[in-house]
Design a protein around this ligand. Structure first.
Ligand code: AMP
Ligand code: GLY
Length: 425
């Protein structure tokens, strides 16, 4: 089968490699891709939301499956675009309908969905310009800290945790009155702060049944010891030691099954990956957020541990026969360490020559995130540049191996964290 994968990050390199390893894989195209995805298939110069171009490309190249890597195309309605077009409707899109993608695209939508299906999440209220004064009063009687969330997509920056009433009111004012995050913060969710340790759980669904993939934990802060600014993710580990059978049973019973059944009961079309951003509060899972795609950098540890043929799983999703599949995970631990550009997550420079990327081995793969090929050279082309994933008998060995390679790879301004998975080693 011929496949079109949309995206250009480390997640897409990990998905491209995994799909390219399947005997079912015919031609694999990645749009726009990076220097790493070019080793797994053919990069195509096309944006992930250029639907008309994507349509022509799919028809010209006999594409049999489209896999959107990030939320962007899904929230923009790529699934519905394909289903509504008689020329395209035979091509499965591995992701939810635009309505299903609202689980990620709108925090208020996700909160109401969880309320309807009694899925554990932080207590909250939703405010906009109409009930602004009520929101200010709500803040004053709320316990501290107070979490404010812009309803819509805000490039990962729409969540602000405030520790005083003044700060919360100021942030609330900026979001609603000064459109701090544009349209995204016209509605604001104010919620209770939950204390615990976070993890990312992934499922794949055909809309009726679901399968749980290996879980992961990502490290979002730029600095070691979880200090400094939030980033897209500086590294990840899988498995997560506290996600034992008893905890995962609670996750399945209280979160995953009610979510999939809820979608199905409400007639919300959803195929593909569901990402549950969870927090473990005293042994109980609570949902912090839903995403309608895989995580980045979580995918860089989840895919290497997944033993199944990914395209076989995708075919089972398309056929509505996911219930016939069993997920197999590598027993080994995986750690990924992200190499980032100087300045990231703020302004950073690009076009630095990268040296010393080792060839993939049995227990280590360097995934490309922000890279591009120019002649014989690989250049930096983003804030997150490479994700070094290692597999080993335990987490500390996997981490040590990734850190060793992180030291060997060279580019101007290279930065990384040496403490990925620190709570568990
Ligand atoms: P989100 O964009 O929804 O992933 O939120 C970003 C980060 O904010 C999460 O990964 C959490 O670390 C934190 N966060 C969000 N909501 C809460 C909450 N209710 N309690 C504590 N931390 C939260
Ligand atoms: N690593 C978190 C995310 O992909 O949203």
């Amino acid at each position: 089968m011929n496949i079109l994968l949309l995206g250009s990050g480390g997640r897409e390199h990990a998905l491209a490699l995994k799909m390219s390893q399947s005997p079912l894989c015919g031609q694999l195209f990645i749009a726009p891709g990076n220097a790493g995805t070019a080793q797994c298939g053919q990069n195509v110069n096309m944006g992930v939301s250029e639907f008309e171009k994507i349509k022509s490309f799919c028809l010209d190249n006999a594409i049999d499956l489209v896999m959107p890597g990030s939320e962007e195309a899904l929230v923009n309605g790529i699934y519905d675009f394909f289903k509504k077009d008689p020329a395209l409707q035979h091509i499965p899109v591995m992701g939810p309908s635009q309505e299903g993608a609202q689980l990620e695209g709108s925090k208020a939508y996700a909160k109401l969905f969880m309320e309807r299906h009694k899925i554990p999440t932080a207590g909250y209220r939703e405010f906009n310009a109409q009930n602004y004064e009520e929101g200010l009063a709500y803040i004053q009687q709320h316990s501290l800290p107070i979490v404010l969330k812009a309803d819509g997509l805000a490039a990962g920056k729409g969540v602000v945790i405030t520790t005083s009433y003044e700060e919360a009111a100021e942030e609330f004012q900026q979001m609603i009155k000064s459109a701090k995050f544009g349209e995204a913060s016209k509605t604001v969710v104010i919620e209770e702060f939950l204390t615990g340790i976070e993890l990312s759980v992934f499922a794949i669904t055909d809309g009726h049944s679901y399968k749980i993939l290996p879980e992961a934990k990502d490290y979002k802060r730029i600095g070691e010891g979880d200090k400094g600014l939030n980033t897209g993710g500086m590294g990840a580990v899988s498995p997560v030691p506290f996600a034992d059978a008893a905890f995962m049973k609670k996750v399945e019973d209280k979160v995953i099954r009610p979510t999939i059944e809820g979608l199905s009961k409400e007639g919300i079309v959803y195929h593909g990956f569901v990402f549950f951003g969870l927090i473990n509060v005293g042994g109980e899972p609570f949902v912090i957020e839903y995403n309608c795609r895989m995580g980045d950098p979580e995918t860089e540890v989840v895919m290497p541990r997944l033993k199944n043929d990914l395209l076989e799983l995708f075919n089972a999703v398309s056929a509505g026969k996911l219930n016939e599949q069993t997920i197999y995970a590598d027993e080994r631990a995986a750690a990924t360490v992200m190499l980032v550009s100087a300045g990231y997550p703020e302004a950073y420079e690009k076009n630095k020559v990268i040296k010393g990327i080792p060839a993939p081995g049995r227990d280590q793969i360097v995934f490309h995130a922000g890279t591009r090929q120019e002649g014989n050279e690989v250049l930096t082309n983003g804030g997150r540049v490479l994700a070094i994933t290692s597999l080993a008998a335990n987490l500390s060995m996997a981490l040590a191996h990734s850190v060793q390679t992180a030291e060997q790879i060279a580019f101007d301004g290279k930065g990384y964290r040496r403490d990925i998975g620190y709570e568990f080693v």
